[in-house]
Design a protein around this ligand. Structure first.
Ligand SMILES: [Fe+2]
Length: 443
């Protein structure tokens, strides 16, 4: 007899043991803890035709959003196609969504997940994978909208309800509704204290409202809930703690976080590498010596040329590492790969064309001391940069680079104007005030 999951979503599974392991793996995904793939592999070893298990496993790889996972995704899809006759309609829609991802049609994947959720809003995998897809594509409206469409179908007693509130919080935050985001995030943590995505959403609220000291205390005081040894998202939450410290000029602490929590080992995971690049670039813009950290990071990027041109947001961070270390040849190769991607098919072609390439070129100009050219390239794209993914906090690096380029180019009027804009958005941020002083804008 076909079984339903813990939220009552019908599947084609027939083995209760497989479904129990799926629930364990789903919770690991929701908490970003442990190894959800290892858990689902245990189910698949006993039950090789477990369609939902293969879908879950394949989605876990796709959610890393880098080219290196394509072989695993393709293998999962091949297995799923062989099992198609046993799958439910919803499961077949998941397979089609994963096939879209593998083909580079990331918009198509998100649209399919939306359709799945319209019929089955309690599909926890579709909801979270869709939410992450919205994040990777910088679609703030759907970060909020996708969860809002599904939330009424959930009740407080459902397993995982708190995580839905955590996603609600992040979507509201990205849409600038900070009060509602904070309410949802705190409710989420009351239900699921280890929801590191809700923790992260609250951290974003504090970042956007320049509540640095409160943010540090909030994060450091709840470390047991988000920075556990087996937490796969801790690196990014630590990155946020480093940002709070950076804007309060505590550079030693920033470097300590980089070395101990953000990049203790030379990981080749793009998501981890990009946070390191973003932090080191911010330090560099401030004129802080980062030792050989950028060299080591750039060497890792250079060893992974297959990732060039796969995802524009990753490309920007690789370029920062190349520019910072004077790797002109690698920078040129990356730009060439991005140009080829822009002329190709798929969602990344649009992202690279509209945002990625101008930013890559701006970074190269900045590195070569052609600051006026960097300004000219960044000005038109800075408010369109959401189209290549990430969060407001991450894309702030574009604005920071622009204002630094304007100042180094001696563009006094523009520097002051941009400093004024920052002060208007974040009046209490010490970094904003220091920029205003440097730009010579009136206090
Ligand atoms: Fe973040």
């Amino acid at each position: 007899m076909a079984l339903s999951d813990a939220r009552g979503v019908q599947t084609s599974a027939t083995e209760p043991g497989s479904m129990a392991l799926l629930e364990t793996a789903m919770r690991q995904f929701q908490c970003y803890r442990g190894d959800a793939v290892e858990t689902i592999d245990r189910a698949l070893a006993e039950d090789p035709d477990f369609v939902t298990g293969h879908i879950f496993r394949t989605a876990m790889h796709a959610m890393l959003w880098e080219r290196s996972v394509l072989p695993e995704v393709e293998a999962g899809l091949a297995r799923l196609r062989a099992l198609e006759s046993a799958a439910t309609e919803r499961e077949r829609a998941h397979v089609a969504a994963l096939a879209d991802w593998a083909a580079g049609d990331w918009d198509g994947m998100r649209a399919r997940l939306d359709r799945i959720l319209a019929d089955e809003p309690r599909d926890a995998l579709a909801l979270q994978a869709g939410h992450l897809g919205d994040f990777f594509l910088g679609d703030r409206d759907n970060l909020r909208g996708r969860i809002a469409r599904a939330l009424p179908a959930w009740s407080r007693d459902d397993p995982g309800y708190g995580f839905v509130l955590g996603m609600t919080a992040f979507g509201l935050e990205e849409c600038g509704d900070y009060g509602a985001a904070e309410d949802a995030g705190r409710q989420a943590l009351a239900l699921e204290p280890d929801d590191c995505w809700a923790q992260h959403a609250l951290c974003h609220v504090m970042e956007m409202q320049a509540r640095q000291e409160e943010g540090i205390a909030f994060m450091e005081g709840r470390k047991d809930h988000w920075a556990q040894e087996d937490n796969g998202f801790a690196f990014h939450n630590w990155w946020h703690v480093a940002l709070f410290n950076l804007d309060n000029d505590r550079y030693d602490r920033v470097l300590e976080i980089h070395d101990t929590a953000l990049r203790p080992e030379p990981s080749e995971i793009q998501l981890e590498m990009l946070d390191a690049a973003a932090l080191l670039w911010r330090l560099r813009l401030r004129g802080i010596d980062t030792g050989d950290r950028f060299e080591r990071l750039a060497a890792t990027y250079e060893a992974l040329p297959a990732e060039h041109g796969f995802y524009a947001f990753n490309d920007m961070h690789a370029m920062m590492a190349y520019v910072a270390t004077g790797r002109d040849r690698a920078a040129a190769q990356l730009e060439k790969a991005a140009l080829a991607a822009a002329e190709g098919a798929g969602t990344n072609a649009r992202m690279t064309r509209e945002v990625g390439l101008p930013i890559l070129r701006a970074l190269r100009a900045f590195g070569a001391g052609r600051h006026g050219e960097a300004v000219d390239l960044l000005m038109p794209v800075r408010y369109r940069a959401h189209a290549f993914g990430g969060s407001h906090a991450q894309r702030d690096i574009v604005h920071r680079t622009l204002i630094e380029a304007a100042m180094r180019d001696g563009q006094r009027g523009l520097s002051q104007a941009l400093a004024n804009e920052r002060i208007a958005l974040k009046p209490d941020c010490p970094f904003s005030r220091s920029l205003r002083r440097r730009a010579g804008a009136p206090a």
